[in-house]
Design a protein around this ligand. Structure first.
Ligand code: UT7
Length: 337
């Protein structure tokens, strides 16, 4: 039987603690650095973000992912035993071994599933849903849980004011299921890309097998994110616009016909520039970065979940998700909800 893939339920979860821009400004003064609420709002659009207490077992990456997954399953009318496959998109895993997907499997009791992580940084959720779709189209799996979750506060250099203002923690999830090929509510089109030549724009030099964390490297914060923000900004606008337009083109769909745009939530100015290039008014754009900052692989599923829950995204409407991230990875996916 010819088949297609459809998103049937979404969920999201965040840690309790809110960290405002003023909280960050106060924190930075301890290191003799300055920022202020208005600068952060004007340059990024972020007002506050959530930060995990990693001493609290309920706020680890896989625990946030599990909460988001359970909500998504409930909304899809599915039980953990129904899941064939788990795809967990994260660049801040609970542990390097085993995968966070396996920790999540244990937590939600998805006994029948096989589980794997994807590290495509902020593009991880889109890479995950495209991968899920391909496993469904090949007939290998029928019901797949895709999670995008991060505890980035552990990877942020809290002494670098261009980085620590941007990121936050959270988790989003979606259930992707097999439907007949002609089904109207389905994934319609997608486009993925990577450019390893741009890997130095956002990276963590130490802590992998390539560079051990020694006391000297620890003191230099080489185990934390290093970012060229200005350059990344330009590349982000270009790649997000390109991915969105190529995904629409594959379907011969003019942007104006699109109901909703859910872009990666890195910076409001990036989102506005992309919306303008693609030809989308801002009232079609879903934003949650004002309250959560950049949660990497979790930005898109959490923003999507919020807009579905509050009734903005209605059944039968078209939604374009669009992301870029460290790698440099990028991708967009269009579906009918
Ligand atoms: O998922 C991908 C993750 N990363 C991104 O998407 C990052 C994309 N880039 C950005 O969002 C922006 O480049 C930033 C928000 C990181 C920076 O904004 P910008 O408008 O590009 O600022 P800038 O780097 O050009 O810096 C302008 C000034 C500089 O001072 P001088 O050299 O003009 O005196 C910075 O030192 O702003 C200063 N600055 C700050 N001032 C107050 C940088 N960070 C801060 C800060 N508070 N937090």
């Amino acid at each position: 039987m010819e088949s297609a893939a459809r998103i049937t339920g979404t969920g999201s979860a965040f840690p309790e603690r809110r960290m405002t821009n003023d909280d960050i400004a106060q924190e930075l003064t301890r290191f003799g650095l300055k920022t202020d609420n208005q600068w952060i709002i004007d340059r990024t659009g972020i007002i506050e973000r959530r930060i995990s207490n990693i001493q609290n077992p309920a706020e680890t990456n896989s625990s946030l992912g599990a909460r988001a997954a359970e909500i998504a399953l409930e909304r899809a009318g599915r039980k953990p035993e129904d899941i064939d496959q788990i795809i967990y998109a994260t660049c801040s895993p609970d542990t390097l071994l085993p995968s966070t997907a396996c920790w999540l499997q244990k937590k939600i009791g998805a006994r029948r599933a096989w589980a794997m992580d994807i590290n495509a940084a902020c593009s991880g959720f889109i890479y995950g849903v495209v991968t899920a779709e391909q496993f469904i189209l090949s007939g290998y799996s029928r019901t797949i849980l895709v999670v995008g979750a991060e505890v980035l506060s552990q990877l942020v250099n809290w002494h670098d004011r261009t980085i620590c203002i941007l990121f936050g923690d959270g988790a989003g999830a979606a259930v992707v299921e097999q439907v007949p090929a002609g089904y109207s509510q389905r994934i319609l089109s997608s486009y993925l890309s990577s450019d390893g030549n741009l890997s130095n724009l956002l990276h963590i030099p130490a802590g992998g097998s390539n560079l051990e964390v020694t006391p000297e490297r620890y003191a230099q914060n080489l185990h934390k994110m290093q970012m060229n923000g200005r350059e990344l900004f330009k590349v982000a606008v270009r790649t997000l616009s390109e991915c969105a337009l190529r995904t629409l083109e594959k379907l011969h769909m003019p942007a104006i016909k699109l109901d909703w745009f859910v872009p990666h939530q890195a910076n409001l100015r990036i989102i506005e520039a992309v919306a303008s290039r693609v030809g989308l008014p801002m009232d079609k754009v879903i934003i949650n970065l004002d309250r959560y900052g950049n949660t990497s692989a979790a930005t898109i599923p959490t923003a999507l979940d919020e807009a579905i829950r509050d009734g903005r995204i209605r059944k039968g409407q078209t939604v374009l998700m669009d992301a870029f991230g460290s790698g440099l990875t990028a991708g967009a996916l269009l579906f009918r909800w």
